[in-house]
Design a protein. Structure first.
Lengths: 84, 281
């Protein structure tokens, strides 16, 4: 599984997207586009990413731009994995 | 699973001036193996999200002839004291107390069953007194106490995490408050620096288990493998010669405090646990 697939699966899982998860691509906008992605869902999403990848995300490393698209979020995770 | 229900016992264990609330699921009379598990609970609010699934698994283990003791640690659940009185050492003492209680009940074989942050405490105990526990069952273990602490603190930040300026509350700010000796109240729990520092210092990887480990991870899709983080720790344990079974069970994150309000079931995890236990003869 690529990092993008893993992140996609985590989003589908946390937001309970069901089959809608399958149509997500790197360009799919997340924040502001998905009604399910409210503030608590963002917290849950960060926690799940931390646990699945075994990384720690500092609150000053993320802002709205991190969650702009599936691609930006995946790039953030990949960069974290490289520096972990 | 038959329809027979085994009588569970709920009671308070006396400790100094306080008490610890316990629930004991005795092994079914027909197939008593002499084996019993002490359940080491998740941290803070996660425990309340888990009790129902833990109770289901405890009843299944009981039916297989394995006793289970569920103990609320100092400052948690229905035990005495407040979380601000608790340290990691107190919790270790509580697990020792529960273990001794099971011995007094005639259990000669003992094991630990740790969930989430409780897996860190369980592995800490297993490494500290390697002669006591013959195996460990881990449910969705927390890999890093540091991450666990940050996630707990983050509960009080919520949506502010994306607000760019971070002028209000921040993880760094809260940790600085703790270091100054302030007590933080988060989701009704009063957290001290002593406990926060103890939790943050724990990582699962550094405990090389002295006994076989059954690691059960909940995954949302059938056939998807264990998470990269879990695989990494298991790999390092195996390299050190530890016998580890890494099993995935399909279900949702029923322990998650950030998710929906209602309780989530996880029957596949209960089934997988019973399946693992069939080899503990």
């Amino acid at each position: 599984m690529t990092t993008l697939d893993s992140v996609k699966a985590i989003i589908g899982d946390v937001l309970q997207l069901g089959p809608r998860q399958d149509i997500l691509t790197a360009e799919t906008p997340l924040l502001g586009n998905m009604p399910e992605l409210d503030s608590m869902a963002v917290v849950a999403l960060i926690a799940t990413i931390e646990e699945k990848f075994g990384i720690l995300i500092d609150d000053d490393e993320v802002d709205a731009s991190t969650f702009a698209t599936l691609g930006t979020l995946t790039a953030f995770v990949e960069q974290k994995l490289q520096t972990a | 699973m038959g329809m027979t229900s085994f009588p569970m016992e709920a009671f308070f264990l006396a400790v100094g001036k306080g008490t610890r609330f316990c629930i004991y699921h005795p092994p079914s009379a027909r197939s008593n193996l002499g084996l019993a598990a002490v359940f080491v609970p998740p941290f803070a609010e996660e425990m309340n999200k888990c009790r129902h699934v833990v109770a289901q698994a405890a009843r299944r283990l009981s039916g297989l002839g394995i006793g289970v003791l569920l103990i609320d640690l100092l400052g948690c659940g229905d035990s005495s004291g407040s979380l601000e009185d608790a340290t990691w050492q107190h919790w270790r003492d509580d697990i020792t107390l529960g273990t001794q209680w099971l011995r007094d009940r005639g259990h000669e074989r003992l094991m630990l069953w740790g969930m989430r942050a409780g897996a860190l405490l369980a592995m800490d105990m297993a490494v500290t007194v390697p002669e006591v526990y013959e195996r460990c069952l881990l449910w969705q273990p927390v890999l890093s106490g540091e991450t666990c602490l940050v996630q707990f603190l983050r509960l009080s930040i919520g949506s502010d995490i994306l607000s760019g300026n971070k002028a209000g509350v921040s993880i760094k700010g809260m940790r600085a408050q703790l270091e100054r000796g302030e007590i933080l109240e988060i989701a009704g729990y009063r957290l001290t620096q002593a406990l926060a520092a103890d939790i943050a210092a724990m990582t699962l990887e550094r405990f090389s288990p002295p006994c076989p480990v059954h690691w059960l991870e909940v995954v949302t899709e059938d056939g998807s493998g264990p998470s990269p983080g879990a695989s990494r720790v298991v790999q390092s344990w195996r390299a050190a010669g530890v016998e580890v079974r890494l099993i995935t069970a399909r279900g949702d994150a029923f322990w998650s405090v950030a998710s929906a309000e209602e309780l989530v079931q996880c029957p596949a995890l209960v089934d997988a646990t019973a399946h693992e236990a069939e080899s503990w003869t």
